[in-house]
Design a protein around this ligand. Structure first.
Ligand code: MN
Length: 497
């Protein structure tokens, strides 16, 4: 019998370094792996998303659009994939439909192929316009189910949501498990349910490895019919990251499934990242395995966020109280999955409840969540807390799609963005400003200084100190990346816009 080929999405260039090293990896440390990634046989290469975009302009002085164009140039044979927060795009608020359309158009034009569209609340209305926009460009629109566990979340509910995404024109369904909560049997049941109900729809499975159980979940998902699974090359895997790509290949040996990945290429990709990863040691999380997540439902990134908020208030010792508070706040909000931005909203309110008394003060975002301004959750919102939100904000609860309340805003964004020093007048710059209005001005102003690699080996730190006088000369002018393609060295020169 011919084995069934399982597609693989490699996440080293986006989610892996986001999960393992606070999204700090510089483009410079990725380019040399691109030729091998391009030729290894992946179904897609995930390389862009909200956190990488944010880190580019906040910490790395890199233009995220230039990063995308460079990936496009270096991986001409690959499907490039991004994670898109539906109506939030890559930002933290809802954008008016015209901005959503413009963003998707520009992303496609700059080289994006697969758009994994999700909404933190799993509200299909928040995904519809982005999906439509992707379909208009002719690119791949992937509808996403954010997986969580709660008294209200059921296999049947997830199957129904998959149907709603397919009705919107999703070309494939992603089961996205951002917190490593997807246990093997659940993975099997949800994937099997979707396949049995909707026939030959492509199902992609994304999970993290934090709880230690999810390589088995991938196996069960494959047995249930999953078509594509997400992994990270071994040297960029495990802990709060993902299951190792090479381990998936080995796991499927002797079964009726195969991956068709080129192991020689994988080993070269592995060696490349093994070499650069130590530069980012200062950003690495210490977590290896954490099974407490099954009860707390708190993803790793959210926990470290709350810890730093508490420390800033001199209350670092109250983290256990906050962890106990999170599921209560989540239940009051109608059981949203905890993923950006709902994880930050629920987490910060839990911190406020512990420090200032239960719902004595609501954050503006949590009040909006309780009043429906982020969309609908699976469960009812606690009416007493809705009342607190109404009283505090003087705003009324809503039931319509939140973006329906927004006026067209593109022209205003253009006017504001182009007035900023260093703005190049492109739609891409307007979008950068739209999504990160407080960070973009500083980035535009300093962009000409060129990329800043925040990863450092001890040797680099020493030699950098010695070569301090040369710094100015080194960062001006076009950026040159040394790339080896098909065994030959090439210099890829990237002009600054
Ligand atoms: Mn993830």
């Amino acid at each position: 019998m011919t084995p069934r080929t399982i597609g693989v999405t490699e996440v080293a260039l986006r989610d892996a370094h986001q999960s393992l090293m606070a999204t700090r990896m510089a483009m410079e440390d990725m380019v040399d792996a691109c030729a091998d990634i391009d030729q290894a046989g992946f179904w897609s290469v995930e390389c862009w998303g909200g956190a990488t975009y944010d880190a580019c302009i906040r910490f790395l002085n890199e233009d995220p659009w230039q990063r995308l164009r460079t990936f496009r140039e270096l991986m001409p044979n690959s499907r490039l994939q991004m994670l898109l927060r539906g109506q939030n795009l890559l930002g933290y608020r809802h954008y008016e439909d015209g901005v959503v359309e413009r963003f998707v158009e520009k992303s496609a034009e700059n080289g994006m192929d697969v758009f994994r569209v999700f909404d933190a609340l799993n509200d299909p209305r928040n995904m519809a316009r982005a999906m439509q926009a992707v379909k208009k460009t002719g690119k791949h629109a992937q509808g996403t189910i954010c997986y969580t566990i709660s008294p209200l979340h059921t296999t049947e509910g997830y199957i129904k949501l998959a149907g709603q995404l397919l009705d919107m024109g999703a070309e494939s369904i992603a089961l996205k498990d951002m917190a490593a909560l997807l246990q093997p049997q659940a993975a099997y049941d949800v994937v099997k349910g979707i396949k049995d109900t909707y026939g030959d729809v492509q199902v992609n499975v994304h999970c993290h490895s934090t709880t230690g159980v999810t390589l088995v979940s991938l196996m069960k998902a494959i047995e249930a019919g999953a078509d594509v699974v997400d992994t990270a090359i071994s040297s960029m895997s495990l802990g709060p990251g993902h299951n190792p790509t090479e381990s998936l290949v080995a796991m499927l040996e002797g079964t009726e499934y195969t991956t068709d990945l080129d192991m020689d290429r994988l080993l070269r990709i592995r060696d490349h990242f093994a070499k650069v990863r130590p530069k980012y040691a200062q950003f690495e999380s210490a977590t290896l395995v954490d099974t407490d997540i099954f009860s707390s439902q708190i993803p790793g990134g959210m926990l470290s966020n709350m810890e730093s908020q508490l420390k800033a208030q001199g209350a670092g010792d109250r983290i256990r109280e906050v962890m106990a508070e999170v599921p209560l706040v989540k239940a009051d909000a109608g059981h949203p999955p905890l993923v950006t931005p709902s994880s930050q909203i629920v987490g910060t309110q839990a911190v406020f409840n512990v420090l200032m008394g239960k719902y004595k003060v609501l954050t503006g975002e949590f009040a909006d969540l309780m009043l429906g301004y982020y969309g609908e959750c699976i469960g009812e919102r606690n009416p007493e807390v809705v009342e607190v939100a109404r009283a505090q904000t003087k705003k009324e609860p809503i039931t319509q799609r939140p973006a329906d309340l927004l006026e067209p805003e593109w022209d205003k964004l253009v006017a504001e963005a182009t007035a900023l020093p260093g703005n190049d007048g492109s739609d891409e710059d307007v979008l950068t400003y739209a999504m990160f209005p407080s960070v973009a001005p500083g980035f535009f102003e300093n962009r000409a200084d060129g990329p800043k690699n925040v990863g450092k080996t001890p040797e680099q730190m020493a030699s950098q100190a010695a070569a301090k006088g040369d710094d100015d000369r080194a960062v001006k002018g076009p950026i040159t990346y040394k790339v080896s393609l098909g065994g030959r060295e090439h210099n890829v020169v990237v002009e600054r816009a």
